[in-house]
Write a new protein. Structure first.
Ligand code: SF4
Ligand code: SF4
Lengths: 100, 359
């Protein structure tokens, strides 16, 4: 019983274990899978990413216009598309999506 | 004779982290028997897996469970690898062990924390979850995600971990061990905790065996059963012993988890000490063909995958038997004869994970 009392006093004296999110945001780890981003200038709209995506989150069209769309609510941030893209135009931003 | 009453326990209940309903047949305050009602979170993942190709399934399978996700994808990958005759390189095997054990640690901390919460010890619950955060950070730093690591793939792992990061994991383990040393005596020796756990929900060794208990639930009843001793991934080269207790009560189950936390610390240290350098996955061109059963030890016990391939991209059948599914019959045996007030503690003591049970 007394062990935990010691702990209670320690907690009173020590820093908070939590942050005041969203005012204070932790710096993401390098290489974290936060959100998917595309560099549209390099993309050749081949559609491989859309075909491989396990969550059907990407839609690529070539006609009439060349488009690449990501449904961020379907994306499970697995980064499989990043791996399979032949042009390496997809990348993961370590910062995750937030309400903007 | 007094008339029996049936009261529903769950699916929404303050101590239950996940939706399962137990219809408790009560004689006054005493539980006569319990009838489980499942099906609240069925997601049809097995069927969905048949409609995705076997590479996409790796990420889908991981989402069966939000706690031991890595071990799900590991078991699945091991099954597909044995169907295709692949052997992942040694470095991948060691990384698989490290991530599996990190998962085991965070799962056991979560489970013991929830147990503390279930008997009203909220301070301890928060302390244990605070310790768990260090492990979550170690996982995020090494893989890029906190829980759904997404690093296991067919033929090895997707991401290598640098020496500095492995060193930082060791550093995290030092902090975690220090905090465990501080909190575990409270969990194991405190008078009121013992009053709530000792002698409650006893599962006899014979009953545990007959009802097919797995994992800490079985080990706490004296069954020395731990799949890691079979040596899958790199466990064969590491020193792994099943942690066995004989009392079979809630206290014994908690003690098994606490001892396994220390064991996992030790296994990760061994693995980081021995990890060889080299490639992290093997390329392949074949498609899965044939039938296979793949098993691994999850934090809650043995998970079993049945996979059937037909030489195409799609699997013909994928079936998962999760550890909680195997532990439901034993928990019903524990509940028979207990006090109503102990039901929450007993159910939490098997560390139920209903979402993965229902897939
Ligand atoms: S795979 Fe790469 S190049 Fe092809 S459509 Fe997707 S992002 Fe563009
Ligand atoms: S990260 Fe995964 S889920 Fe998201 S778009 Fe890429 S492949 Fe699809």
């Amino acid at each position: 019983m007394f062990t935990i009392i010691g702990n209670v006093f320690k907690n009173l004296r020590s820093k908070y274990a939590t942050r005041l999110y969203p005012y204070e945001v932790r710096t993401p780890f390098a290489g974290a899978r936060g959100k998917l981003e595309i560099d549209p200038d390099i993309c050749i709209y081949c559609g491989i990413c859309a075909k491989r995506c396990p969550a059907n989150a990407i839609a690529v069209t070539r006609k009439p216009d060349k488009t690449w769309t990501l449904d961020p609510y379907r994306c499970i941030v697995c980064s499989y598309c990043v791996e399979v893209c032949p042009k390496k135009c997809l990348h993961m931003n370590p910062k995750h999506r937030s309400q903007e | 004779m007094a008339k029996n009453t049936i009261i529903p326990f769950g699916p929404q209940h303050p101590v239950l982290p996940e939706p399962i309903q137990l219809r408790l047949v009560l004689d006054e305050e005493r539980v006569v028997s319990a009838i489980p009602v499942v099906g609240y979170v069925h997601r049809g993942l097995e069927k969905l897996a048949e409609q995705k190709d076997f590479l996409q399934d790796t990420y889908l399978i991981e989402r069966i469970c939000g706690i031991c996700s890595f071990i799900h994808s590991l078991t699945y990958s091991m099954g597909i690898e044995s169907m295709m005759g692949l052997t992942p390189p040694p470095r991948a095997q060691y990384l698989r062990v490290i991530w599996s054990e990190l998962h085991r640690m965070h799962s056991h901390l979560l489970a013991t924390g929830l147990l503390a919460d279930s008997f009203g010890f909220e301070n301890l619950f928060m302390q244990l979850w605070r310790t768990r955060e260090h492990i979550m950070d170690a996982m995020e730093a090494t893989t890029g995600a906190r829980v759904l690591l997404g690093t296991c793939c067919i033929g090895g792992v997707r991401k290598d971990v640098s020496e500095e990061l492995l060193k930082s994991v060791l550093q995290t383990l030092v902090t975690v061990e220090k905090e465990l040393d501080e909190h575990m005596p409270v969990l194991l020796n405190d008078y009121s905790v013992k009053q709530r756990l000792c002698g409650v929900g006893i599962l006899d060794k014979q009953v545990a065996y007959e009802r097919g208990a797995v994992g800490p639930t079985a080990r706490a009843s004296g069954i020395a059963m731990d799949l890691r001793t079979q040596g899958y991934a790199a466990y064969g080269e590491l020193d792994v012993e099943p942690m066995v207790e004989t009392d079979g009560d809630c206290y014994a189950r908690t003690k098994v988890r606490v001892r396994e936390l220390y064991q996992s610390l030790n296994i990760i240290r061994q693995a980081i000490g021995k990890i060889p350098s080299g490639s992290i996955n093997v390329p392949f061109k074949t498609k899965p063909d044939g039938e296979v059963i793949s098993r691994a030890e999850q934090p809650r016990g043995e998970v079993l995958y049945y996979l059937k391939g037909n030489g195409t991209d799609m699997l013909e059948r994928l079936r998962v038997r999760t550890p909680t599914f195997a532990n439901i019959p034993p928990v019903l045996a524990m509940l028979a004869g207990c006090e109503l007030a102990d039901v929450g503690v007993i159910v939490i003591s098997i560390d139920p994970c209903i979402s993965c049970t229902e897939r």
